[in-house]
Write a protein that binds this ligand. Structure first.
Ligand code: NAD
Ligand code: AHE
Ligand code: ZN
Ligand code: ZN
Length: 369
């Protein structure tokens, strides 16, 4: 079949709307009609050329929701008409990672996914016979996408896809990092660096956990109003101080926070986030994605004296078994999504969504197909 998709032809270039050929789903694969997709900073990161796994030409996008249009041979857990969220972290239930009980990082399709290919090593997208690469196993910036069965979460049929698409990455990542990775508890203090879709979701998670102090940090003060709405108790702009932000937070909290979250992808801020944690037990969770060649550093003494550095991917959430519950939590009013959708637009306008993100004017733009 043919459909419209936004194609990334090369690093730093605007996306181009093209008519692409989409091949039928093969064994173990599913054709999804995309209804909506968010635009996450990671899409911009890969488009910038900073992603060591970035590969072009590709169809980006990994925060989508849609409807099953067709299933390939052997697909048993999904049928035509099911509502689904594509997962960039699959859940096969059978690999060493899935069975470990220690991680959500299923590796069943990770290797081919990182090469922009389906598990059989080929692409389902092409233009004039030339292959176009998949992205993160999802390629949601396309009217239709082919996705492995194990990379699709079946969700409640009544969930509004133009909202719950954001559970495909940003909101789940932030809430999950707080509740699953850090395991913040009632009364804990937290600091959240970067108040985009991820950081605001961390704030939401911290409030759900009953954190007593939620310190929100950003250099763009226009983000503070929403941070407070989600439950931030303090908003801090590092530029307003002539000492380091870690010193500021340590002073504010009598020795540092119990947990911090880096939601930017800036390795200097990652250091600040670690060093603002309390001696003896403070834990810092890296969520932000940093470019090729970037490295983190701190004095090892920071770790010797009890601070802990961790990372979190997709909030530690196992997509097939746990994401449907997040969707239901939204439907029951336990998770907020609506305020995150600051803009909606058509696929043709997708480059405007990237511009808004770069200018710091949006939290999430949702593309409606
Ligand atoms: P965003 O662009 O919407 O938000 C980033 C925020 O950081 C902005 O508000 C910006 O003003 C702020 N910021 C930038 N530099 C800063 C600085 N020096 N100090 C303080 N604040 C600063 O991005 P997003 O979509 O929320 O994504 C955030 C990061 O998380 C990105 O790196 C993205 O790639 C990553 N991410 C990781 C995962 C994961 O599973 N680990 C999932 C989603 C996104
Ligand atoms: N490809 C990059 C790393 C990108 C990355 O860290 N991705 C996150 C999700 S970001 C979603 O917005 C992730 O889940 N990583 C785990 C994984 O398996 O990719 C690089 O540096 O090579
Ligand atoms: Zn994302
Ligand atoms: Zn697995």
């Amino acid at each position: 079949m043919k459909c419209k998709a936004a194609v990334a032809w090369g690093p730093g270039q605007p996306l181009k709307i093209e008519e692409v050929d989409v091949q039928d789903p093969q064994a173990g694969e599913v054709l999804v009609r995309m209804v909506a997709t968010g635009v996450c900073h990671t899409d911009a990161f890969t488009l910038s050329g900073e992603d060591p796994e970035g590969i072009f030409p590709a169809i980006l996008g990994h925060e989508g929701a849609g409807v099953v249009e067709a299933v390939g041979e052997g697909v048993t857990t999904l049928k035509v008409g099911d509502h689904v969220i594509p997962l960039y972290t699959a859940e096969c239930g059978e690999c060493k990672f899935c069975k470990s009980g220690k991680t959500n990082l299923c590796q069943a399709v990770r290797e081919t996914q990182g090469k922009g290919l389906m598990p059989d090593g080929t692409s389902r997208f092409s233009i004039n016979g030339e292959p176009i690469f998949h992205y993160m196993g999802t390629s949601t910036f396309s009217e239709y996408s082919v996705v492995p069965e194990i990379s699709l979460a079946k969700i409640h049929v009544d969930a509004p896809l133009e909202k719950v698409c954001l559970l495909g990455c940003g909101i789940t990542t932030g809430i999950g990092a707080v509740l699953n990775t850090a395991k913040v508890e009632k009364g804990d203090t937290v600091a959240i660096f970067g108040l985009g879709g991820i950081g605001l979701s961390c704030i939401q998670g911290a409030r759900m956990a009953g954190a007593s102090r939620i310190i929100a940090i950003d250099i763009n003060e226009s983000k503070f109003e929403m941070a407070e709405q989600f439950g931030a108790t303090d908003c801090v702009n590092p530029k307003n101080f002539d000492k380091s932000i870690q010193e500021v937070i340590v002073e504010m909290t009598d020795g540092g926070v119990d947990y911090s979250f880096e939601c930017i992808g800036n390795v200097q801020v990652m250091r600040s986030a670690l060093e603002c944690c309390h001696k003896g037990w403070g834990e810092s969770i890296i969520i932000g994605v940093a470019g090729a060649g970037q490295e983190i550093s701190t004095r090892p003494f920071q770790l010797v004296t009890g601070r802990v550095w961790k990372g979190s991917a997709f909030g530690g959430v196992k997509g097939r078994s746990q994401l449907p519950g997040y969707v239901e939590d939204y439907m029951n009013g336990k998770i907020e999504i609506d305020p995150f959708v600051t803009h909606t637009m058509s696929l043709e306008q997708i480059n405007e969504a990237f511009d808004l993100m770069h200018k710091g004017e949006s939290i999430r733009t949702v593309i409606l197909f």
